[in-house]
Design a protein around this ligand. Structure first.
Ligand code: MN
Length: 202
């Protein structure tokens, strides 16, 4: 595949007040951009340049730290941006809403579980909703790892990703990660997550 640096799907200030414009600008134009640039530098001229994310991540344990950290950072942020929207929040309906109820008992139970996964991820990382063998699971990974990687504790297809690196919230929330996560729920783009779910169970 050809790896491109994607446009942010909304303006820097679009997720205010949940996520402030300055954080979005630095996060996208500096952090995400750097992961992309370093990933491209690491794969340029190698056979990885023509592979998909899935192909690279499934064998990530045999790749360099540069490919693992920057490839993960590049991929994870695309999912993170796409799973937020200025029109987000609320709860999913349809097949995903039903699957969440069936798996976790209720949307609120699911919300608590993902929130806890984000709060309890020590240091930097991501909390995830994934599809594993056709079923929903909540998990988390350190640093820029993700559940597509063969190094992950629990592997599966990520359909919703929550960035809990301090760079995602520190300017506005300082050390208050739980407050950031509470605000993040108000901008979750459920229609995007529903689409990710449909593809993952197809
Ligand atoms: Mn980040």
């Amino acid at each position: 595949m050809s790896f491109e640096f994607p446009e942010l799907p909304y303006a820097y200030d679009a997720l205010e007040p949940s996520i402030d414009a300055k954080t979005m600008e630095i996060h996208y134009s500096k952090h995400h951009r750097t992961y992309y640039d370093k990933f491209m530098g690491a794969v340029e001229g190698t056979d990885l340049a023509n592979k998909t994310f899935e192909e690279i991540f499934t064998g990530i344990s045999s790749q360099s730290g540069a490919v693992r950290n920057n490839g993960g950072g590049y991929y994870n942020h695309i999912l993170y941006w796409n799973c937020m929207s200025p029109n987000g929040g609320g709860a999913p309906s349809g097949a995903l809403g039903q699957a969440i109820n069936d798996t976790f008992g209720s949307f609120d139970n699911f919300k608590s579980k993902l929130t806890e996964a984000g709060i309890n991820r020590f240091g930097s990382g991501f909390a995830w909703l994934i599809v594993k063998d056709g079923k929903l699971e909540v998990t988390s990974t350190p640093n820029q790892d993700n559940p597509l990687m063969d190094v992950a504790d629990m592997r599966g297809q990520p359909i919703l990703g929550l960035d809990v690196w301090e760079h995602a919230y520190y300017l506005k929330y300082q050390n208050r990660r739980p407050d950031y996560i509470d605000a993040w729920w108000k901008v979750v783009n459920w229609s995007a997550v529903e689409q990710n779910y449909s593809k993952a169970i197809a």
